[in-house]
Design a protein around this ligand. Structure first.
Ligand SMILES: [Zn+2]
Length: 127
């Protein structure tokens, strides 16, 4: 196998509760919110914990009018690199909306970084 050494940044595992692919370092599954055992790996040295920030969170609601034919929807998420290359692309949900239905869609990106990492504030962030 050519898998990265256990504990390498970006390593993944399968949540034992919901079977989704999540970060190996996750202590709580972001999908089903079950607490997870962190395996046998212990953080070498200082016992630093990763700090989590949510640099992106978008939420929107679509409402079908009270009359008319049903609508269909498809929720696609794409991750691209610095030169625009697609790293991953997934349809995470599809469904139908009938007259009067409402659906709220939420996308959130969490970033985990070693404790003590300093993050430069984005340009133009007011204040
Ligand atoms: Zn889960």
């Amino acid at each position: 196998m050519t898998t990265a050494r256990q504990g390498a940044p970006g390593s993944t595992r399968v949540c034992p509760h919901c079977r989704q692919t999540i970060l190996e370092s996750a202590t709580v599954c972001p999908v089903c919110r079950h607490h997870l055992r962190v395996g046998t790996r212990t953080t070498a040295g200082s016992g630093t914990e990763a700090a989590a920030v949510s640099p992106l969170r978008v939420e929107g609601t679509i409402e079908h009018p009270a009359i008319g034919e049903p609508w269909e929807y498809s929720v696609m998420v794409s991750v691209r690199g610095a030169s625009g290359e697609e790293i991953s692309r997934h349809v995470v949900g599809v469904g139908a909306m009938h007259a009067g239905d409402r659906r709220t869609f939420e996308l959130s990106v969490e970033v985990f970084m070693p404790a003590g990492t300093t993050v430069r504030a984005p340009v133009g962030s007011g204040g």
